[in-house]
Design a protein around this ligand. Structure first.
Ligand code: GLA
Length: 772
């Protein structure tokens, strides 16, 4: 029996008489015994296949297996599919050997987890299909401290003939259970990470991407859990894939309460030719388990991502508060405008100024110039270096936007290299955002990107790069590549991209890279192995963001989720939310601002300056603390970030739509010590009297007409603040019973001190241990 133990979990399997790997258990830590855990069969039932007539009871269809190959009687989702030299699709990989070692090696051509301390234990199980002389290695890595086990596989062609790999997945988990739910995170552009839960009674649910990126349609992070699991209780498995391309997660239930989960590269549109002596390595899959609900699971995942995925100089460094030019002026930028904006950014306390799209070639809109990465000297007479120097002189760091994987047909690059794009020669191409995908399966294209970006990044004092990718694949055909092997291209593209990202991040270790793909179209662990943070969504509306960031939080820590305060009416929804709510929600990620600071009121600028000061004072906690979801439903959100020692926490309560006389509202903290006393306060912010509309006349000595000059004057003179909360309470009470918020405005009188939540109202709480 192979037993893989972490701090709180056990994973085990054994070798059957036939040489297969029978999965025995994955869950809370136990003292496993195969005699109890293994299946005790005597005959192959009904019309199932008996694997070997000398082992009458052995039917693969009813076994929980560590992996399954195609064609020998296991009719469920296979882990591996090979077209053998004789055309047969049947494989039979049986146990040969196993090796245990220490340390976490890199996968080299693929991004992978790492372990600086070298504590990770590595199990490699070697299996052989003797009939065709093919080898399969299953690799397991045990990250004891964060209750994570990762897996991947390597296929080696030891034969003398070429074979075709039709699928090689990364993990397989078989369960026996009466009922399990499967949760996936699906969406679209500006509408990422909607949580969808289904109870699978029969058949399959597939979560997959075939768009060339991990996609905003179906994130590769999924959960399998007890039907009644909730944020704080119930068994929950979280599974993710360290890959940014086409992926596949399938959850299947067959008869006899047998569930199978598989995950890996999407077999749809995939195959790979494996010549004699060569191999294929599948991406690493990450698995964790907790019996403490979704929060327990995500705490493990967050720790793993922070410690074993994100790397480099920015891994633990507090990330700067930035101002991004995109929603401030879109393509209409020039040096003068940038400097004006930057000056305002400096005044409110931002630390980094980012010039987004529009600075290069003749890029005045999205129809042209992608690929021509030389600065537009009409817009930036001093070039990137001149502007960078001036920004630095203002006391800000300087960052830029690039989209290196793409080209507009209206560009010099396309003119010079029309064969460098993914497209089918002499066929009409389907366009996306007026641009085409460069063919990163070609090494000369990757070399070009590496050299061009290296010269851009070293042409000025650049501290930050937003790396965008704004279209999905169509007509994905590599010009000049073997016409029979085009199904290799999406994966070869990823290998090229990873080489480019690895080389550039190693060449520029001090640059803070932020991934982006029209927002969250490539928010995954593959990208996070190179870039420590990702622009989570092009949707900056606070109400939408509350849901989007909640969705991400199940699988990804807040240090990876970039979130900006933008202007209102919001550019994606035309919704108005208060500047404070916009901040309160963005503050639970990597905070930035993305609005024209030159056009907003002084009161809003003051509010922003105060927000940035609060964020900086709590930044380490907000960016790297333990994140918990409290009570969450369509209308209410509760988040808490607590430090590892439970000395400090920051909380959020956000209520989308206000209902009149809606009764009592609580905020429940998380992550505190039950027996410690905490100082509990909230962030008190000014309220503009205008939110009361013409109700102001019930207290004003003279009549004030709404929208009049008098109304403006009154709003400047009459100063209100939000409610004030201040008390000393025990952690157990704040977590179990919660803090009962002050009465909300109900329309039958207003007394200062009451809570005034309009639609999209929110409160931020600070919780500090008394005796520390
Ligand atoms: C994408 C990004 C935006 C912005 C634009 C620029 O949509 O997600 O944040 O950078 O590109 O073209």
């Amino acid at each position: 029996m192979f037993i893989l133990n972490t701090k709180g979990t056990t994973y085990c399997f054994e070798i059957t008489k036939s040489g297969h790997l029978e999965h025995l258990y994955y869950g809370k830590k136990i003292h496993p015994d195969a005699a109890a855990l293994r299946e005790k069969d005597y005959v192959a039932p009904g019309n199932t296949i008996t694997y070997d007539s000398s082992i009458k009871e052995m039917t693969l269809e009813y076994k929980r297996l560590e992996f399954s190959s195609y064609g020998k009687g296991d009719i469920r989702e296979p882990f591996i599919e090979v077209i053998n030299p004789d055309g047969s699709l049947t494989s039979d990989f049986l146990f040969k050997d196993a090796v245990i070692s220490k340390g976490k090696p890199d996968l080299e051509i693929l991004p992978s987890s790492y372990d600086e301390k070298g504590d990770t234990e590595h199990l490699c199980v070697i299996l052989k299909d003797e009939g065709y002389n093919l080898t399969l290695e299953l690799h397991y890595y045990v990250f004891e401290d964060c209750d994570v086990i990762t897996r991947n596989a390597r296929f080696i062609n030891d034969s003398k003939e070429t074979v075709i790999l039709k699928r090689l997945l990364s993990t397989q988990l078989d369960f026996i259970s009466d009922k399990l739910s499967f949760t996936t995170f699906n969406g679209a552009w500006a509408n990422e990470m909607n949580k969808n839960t289904a109870t699978v009674n029969g058949g399959k649910i597939i979560n997959s991407s075939n768009i060339g990126a991990s996609s905003n349609r179906s994130n590769p992070f999924v959960m399998i859990h007890a039907v009644d699991a909730a944020e704080d209780y119930g068994k929950c498995y979280g599974i993710n894939l360290i890959y940014s391309g086409n992926h596949y997660e399938c959850f299947e239930r067959t008869s006899h309460s047998l569930y199978r989960f598989v995950s890996g590269i999407n077999p749809c549109g995939f195959s790979f030719e494996i010549t004699p002596g060569s191999d294929f390595v599948s991406p690493e899959s990450v698995m964790t388990f907790s019996d403490k609900g979704f929060n327990g699971m995500s705490l493990n995942m967050h720790e793993f991502v922070r410690e074993h995925i994100v790397r480099g100089n920015w891994k633990k460094k507090e990330r700067p508060v930035l101002l991004n030019s995109w929603e401030a002026c879109y393509f209409d930028l020039n040096e003068k405008k940038m400097l004006k904006l930057a000056k305002e950014a400096k005044d409110v306390g931002a630390e980094l100024f980012v010039m987004d799209d529009g600075w290069f070639g003749n890029r005045d809109d999205d129809t042209k110039a992608l690929g021509d990465w030389d600065e537009n000297l009409k817009k930036l007479p001093g070039g990137l270096s001149g502007l960078g120097r001036k920004i630095k002189a203002l006391g800000l760091d300087f960052g830029i936007w690039v989209e290196p994987e793409m080209v507009n047909t209206c560009s010099s690059l396309y003119y010079l290299h029309p064969d460098w794009t993914l497209e089918i020669p002499s066929h009409k191409h389907s366009e996306g955002r007026n641009q085409r995908v460069l063919d990163l399966s070609k090494s000369e294209v990757c070399d070009f990107i590496i050299e061009k970006m290296s010269s851009v990044f070293s042409s000025a004092e650049i501290s930050y790069v937003k790396w965008d990718m704004n279209r999905i694949f169509s007509d994905a055909y590599s010009q000049g590549f073997d016409k029979n092997r085009q199904q290799e291209i999406p994966h070869r593209y990823m290998l090229g991209l990873y080489r480019v990202m690895k080389t550039l991040t190693e060449r520029f270790p001090d640059i803070l890279f932020e991934g982006c793909a029209s927002g969250g179209n490539r928010f995954d662990l593959g990208i996070l192995c190179y870039f420590p943070q990702i622009w989570a969504s092009d949707n900056t509306d606070a109400s939408c963001r509350a849901a989007i960031q909640t969705g991400y939080s199940y699988g990804y820590p807040q240090s990876t989720i970039s979130a900006h305060v933008s202007n209102c009416p919001n550019h994606q929804t035309l919704r108005n939310t208060s500047i404070e709510t916009r901040f309160n929600i963005a503050a639970f990620g990597i905070l930035g601002y993305e609005l024209n600071l030159c056009d907003i009121s002084d009161a809003e600028k003051e509010a922003i300056a105060a927000q940035i000061a609060v964020y900086k004072a709590n930044r380490a906690l907000l960016q790297f603390g333990h994140f918990y979801r409290g009570a969450i439903n369509e209308n209410e959100f509760e988040w808490t970030v607590a430090d590892a020692d439970s000395n400090r926490a920051v909380g959020l309560k956000f209520i989308r739509l206000k209902r009149a006389n809606d009764g009592l509202k609580y905020y429940h903290a998380r992550g505190l010590l039950e027996n410690a006393r905490y100082h509990f306060t909230n962030r008190v912010t000014p309220i503009n009297v205008k939110i009361f509309g013409d109700l102001v006349n019930s207290i004003a000595p003279v009549h004030v007409k709404q929208g009049s000059i008098m109304h403006d004057v009154v709003s400047r003179i009459v100063k209100f603040s939000t409610e004030k909360d201040d008390g000393y309470f025990y952690g157990d009470m704040l977590m179990e019973a919660g803090y009962l918020m002050k009465q909300d405005f109900v329309g039958t009188g207003f007394t200062e001190g009451m809570r005034v939540f309009t639609d999209f109202g929110s409160a931020m709480y600070f919780i500090e241990r008394e005796d520390v």
